[in-house]
Design a protein around this ligand. Structure first.
Ligand code: AMP
Ligand code: ZN
Length: 137
């Protein structure tokens, strides 16, 4: 646990929360500033600032929980769609620096989340980008 991290405290039960799911390593809670009805967060009990710090086991388990929760929440809330969002760093919209995944049920016409306007890219530009990434893998 990291000092003064609110999600460490919630995930480890030091601050009470409505818990939708809990196991040894994770807790799933409702977001208190929900984008839509049922918006929830997957929190690992161990502290990681962001995705870059996650170990492989936590990363894979987090997605298994996302899959399980998405199905259950879609049924429970009769959602029409579902977003899974995960922000890293301020420019990406991260405001709480304890890794978490957003589970956001979507409802026809809710307009809850704004998506990007598609841009343009050339094949040459894609080639340069592809090479840059492959060097880092
Ligand atoms: P992010 O912007 O990806 O870092 O998401 C942080 C999310 O945490 C936001 O959607 C907030 O509404 C939510 N949040 C902040 N504090 C709490 C809290 N104490 N309990 C539940 N959700 C919270
Ligand atoms: Zn933390």
């Amino acid at each position: 646990m990291k000092d003064n991290c609110i999600f460490c405290k919630i995930a480890n039960g030091q601050i009470p929360s409505h818990t939708l799911y809990e196991d040894e390593r994770f807790r799933v809670i409702f977001d208190l500033g929900p984008a839509t009805k049922g918006h929830a967060l997957i929190l690992p009990k161990e502290h990681f600032d962001n995705i870059y710090e996650l170990d492989d086991e936590t990363a894979s388990n987090a997605f298994l929980i996302a899959k399980k929760m998405a199905s259950a929440m879609k049924k429970a809330f009769e959602a029409d769609g579902f977003n899974i969002i995960q922000n890293n760093g301020e420019p990406a919209g991260q405001t709480v620096f304890h890794f978490h995944m957003h589970l956001i049920p979507r409802y026809e016409g809710d307009k809850a989340i704004g998506f990007w306007k598609p841009g343009n890219i050339t094949d040459e530009e894609l080639q340069v980008l592809e090479e840059k990434v492959k060097k880092e893998l």
